[in-house]
Design a binder for this molecule. Structure first.
Ligand code: NAI
Length: 250
């Protein structure tokens, strides 16, 4: 049998019960990784994902937890180690939006978005990195966004958090490089998921007009890059932010 690219690796995907996280989890499983799906509330959806992953002939478990909570993030990583002994791949995917113009943005909407998108990634990296350092190997992939690079009217909170992810990625990449750990960020453009489904047709049309490839992306477009970055084929890549955006930001 052909050796799969991620055979025997353990991957954790935060917010993996739907959307981009689910796409990533399925792709990593297809390549042979055992997968831990973190989810916050959708127990039913996660069960389905677990079944789909197991159908690939690998192991999968679900761990409930809010990544924005330091202790709960620790439980996700500890649960991974208890079940699989190692943590080879950490994908910080979970994220939320709470859009609004700056003059009307509620303090709690700023705080929540930063707390989940940025602090959540920190929490998981903080708890996973000691294990990766001990193993002297690991791949950390953080899901940022093109708006973390360009900014976006109505998303000051989200863009700030996603820009923060980029600084986090570059700093941790520098710190952990000598331990054989690669840390990169992926910046998706407009990907068709529940998160973007809620946007108005006007916003969608306006966005499409600014995409040179003239189409929205799908979860597989992101999953393909994440799988590559999670593999040893990408061992000489670290501290990078790679856009998957149909040319939105060139
Ligand atoms: P989604 O809303 O479909 O999925 C996000 C997942 O994260 C959900 O399963 C949700 O339950 C989970 N989650 C939210 N807060 C959590 C918390 N505190 N703890 C644990 N899990 C939590 O969104 P989508 O579109 O799949 O986005 C995935 C990532 O990609 C996010 O970080 C998002 O910001 C990013 N992204 C998405 C783009 C898009 O066009 N859809 C564009 C650029 C970035």
């Amino acid at each position: 049998m052909e050796n799969k690219l991620l055979e025997g690796k353990t991957a954790v995907v935060t917010g993996g019960s739907r959307g981009i996280g689910k796409g990533i989890a399925l792709k990593l499983a297809e390549l042979g990784a055992n997968v831990v799906i973190n989810y916050r509330s959708s127990a039913k959806a996660v069960e389905e994902v677990i079944k789909e992953i197991e159908a690939q002939g690998v192991k999968a478990i679900a761990i409930q937890g809010d990544i924005s909570n330091f202790k709960e993030a620790e439980n996700i990583i500890k649960g991974t180690i208890e079940n699989f002994k190692t943590i080879d791949i950490l994908v910080n995917n979970a994220g939320i939006t709470a859009d609004g113009l700056i003059m009307r943005m509620k303090e709690e909407d700023f705080d929540n978005v930063v707390q989940v998108n940025l602090k959540g990634a920190f929490n998981c990296i903080r708890h996973a990195s000691p294990y990766m350092v001990k193993q002297r190997s690991g791949k950390i992939i953080n899901i940022s966004s093109v708006v973390g690079i360009t900014g976006n009217a109505g998303q000051a909170n989200y863009a700030a958090a996603k820009a923060g992810i980029i600084g986090l990625t570059k700093s941790v990449a520098r710190e952990l490089a000598s331990r054989g750990i690669n840390v990169n960020a992926v910046a998706p453009g407009f990907i068709q998921t529940d998160m973007t489904e809620v946007l108005s047709d006007k916003v969608k049309e306006g966005t499409l007009a600014n995409i040179p490839l003239k189409k929205f992306g799908n979860c597989e477009d992101i999953a393909e890059l994440v799988a590559f970055l999670a593999s040893d084929k990408a061992s000489y890549i670290t501290g990078q932010v790679i856009n998957v955006d149909g040319g939105m930001v060139i």
